[in-house]
Design a protein around this ligand. Structure first.
Ligand code: KG4
Ligand code: ZN
Length: 340
């Protein structure tokens, strides 16, 4: 089954054609990075307006690159939540219109579940697994039992991990988008130049939760206090030390979850999984813990239509159908929260 996937939840306008939930025939990602750069952040109104201009050429290109035309498509899958509401509505309205005009089945897809599905476009992965989703809007550790059945173990109690990268980069004018800029600068910085504090969350209640607001404040306002003797306050050192603290916080929670659940299969997804330090730490965990570790190639970490088409295929296969009355939501779905 050939599924057209459409993703427009934030500032990437993306469409993909995927066969049977696995084989990517095309995955076009048109990024609005240059448009939002002057504001050092995504401006929702500009994002949704740009999606309205780009969505048709992006979908057309996805079909052309896949070597198919619209009549070969057998189903349409579109991100419905969470995200910027105006941006989501553009993709959703376009997807519904395509499905209606072509008489195709159509389904709405949760963006968070799609990030967790993304590695399956490249690897054969069995359930259950421990999922780590780290993006600009979300930081989640969960047990995934199937494509759409997850138990949340931990989340961020304030900012998302990617959001902290973006805010620190903005504060120090390190470059836009922030996560990529910090990753790049960190390569020539010393991760031990600063010893930024880790949050002291009450362990019983927050064993798998993370918090970035304290780290963000420490990095932004009190540099002198955390600079180790003999080091310079260079942008590279700040970036590398922040990155180490932010990622080690995640890794420590993940290690706890692995230990407590006994799960040895770990799957990571979301924009921050493009981070080179996190990728190398995940590989170290894999080696030292004898784990099965999966994370996608860079293009499938950040927002893309292929993950929507991939997950959408499975939903369509089991008979799910979105009605034309289906609407988008900015909010995260109510996933089950449980502790092992
Ligand atoms: O998954 P994504 O494309 O969009 C959301 O669903 O939020 O993730 C975007 C986030 C941004 O916060 C961005 O700064 C971060 O992923 N990001 C990175 C890197 N590449 C993207 N963070 C750290 N290092 C990177 N290399
Ligand atoms: Zn995303």
């Amino acid at each position: 089954m050939l599924v057209l996937g459409i993703e427009s939840s934030c500032d990437e306008c993306s469409a993909a054609v995927v066969e049977n939930g696995r084989r990517i025939l095309s995955n076009i990602v048109a990024t609005q990075v240059d448009i939002h750069r002057p504001y050092s952040g995504v401006v929702p109104e500009i994002a949704s307006r740009t999606h309205t201009e780009w969505i048709l050429p992006v979908v057309t290109k996805a079909l052309t690159e896949a070597g198919v035309d619209e009549h070969d498509i057998e189903g349409v899958a579109v991100t419905t939540r969470p995200g910027l509401i105006g941006s989501l509505l553009v993709g959703l309205s376009f997807g519904k219109a395509c499905a209606y005009a072509l008489g195709l089945p159509f389904v709405g897809v949760d963006h968070i579940l799609a990030h967790l599905y993304a590695p399956q476009l490249e690897f054969e992965i069995e359930y259950p697994f421990l999922g780590l989703l780290v993006s600009g809007g979300h930081t989640i550790i969960c047990v995934a039992r199937s494509i759409d059945d997850i138990d949340i173990l931990g989340t961020t109690i304030d900012d998302a991990c990617g959001e902290a990268f973006d805010k620190i980069a903005k504060f120090y004018d390190l470059g836009y988008p922030g996560g990529v800029a910090i990753d790049r600068l960190s390569k020539s910085g010393d991760p031990n130049a600063f010893d930024f504090p880790q949050p002291s969350l009450h362990k019983g209640d927050h064993r798998y939760d993370v918090s970035y607001s304290g780290l963000k404040t420490a990095v932004a306002n009190q540099l002198e206090q955390f600079l180790k003797p003999g080091y310079e306050r260079s942008a590279e050192n700040i970036a590398a030390s922040f990155q180490r603290s932010a990622i080690e916080m995640l890794v420590s929670r993940l290690e706890r979850a692995i230990e407590d659940t006994g799960l040895t299969r770990v799957v990571a997804g979301g924009g921050v999984v493009a981070n080179s330090y996190l990728r190398s730490r995940l590989m170290e965990l894999k080696e030292s813990g004898g784990l099965e570790m999966y994370f996608p190639s860079l293009k499938l970490c950040t927002d893309n239509g292929a993950m929507i088409a991939g997950l959408g295929y499975h939903l369509l296969e089991r008979g799910e159908r979105g009605q034309l009355s289906l609407t988008a939501s900015a909010r995260v779905a109510r996933f089950r929260k449980s502790y092992p």
